[in-house]
Design a protein. Structure first.
Length: 91
């Protein structure tokens, strides 16, 4: 599967409380279950007015399908080609 970063414009998401975020996660999980195993949510980072979500998916179309079903916009989808970290400099 390919790795993607999905930028979602969600006004005031950063001020959501734990229960609201729990509900959003449940809604996302329901959409994922409907789509099947060709798309997986890894994690999300919540900022003031957007989230940055890491997904694994067979293709970008599945990311768009998840956005449609869940109601969470996929404002920008970027496929990750490679990863580096501080240890990359040493090898």
């Amino acid at each position: 599967m390919r790795k993607y970063i999905i930028e979602r414009d969600l006004p005031a998401v950063g001020s959501m409380d734990r229960e609201q975020l729990k509900g959003a996660a449940a809604k996302s999980n329901t959409a994922l279950a409907e789509i099947g195993t060709d798309v997986q949510w890894v994690e999300s980072y919540v900022a003031d007015n957007k989230t940055f979500c890491v997904y694994l998916a067979k293709d970008e179309g599945l990311i768009r399908r998840h956005a449609e079903i869940s109601g969470f916009p996929a404002s920008k989808i970027t496929e990750i080609k490679r990863m580096i970290d501080p240890t990359t400099a040493g090898g």
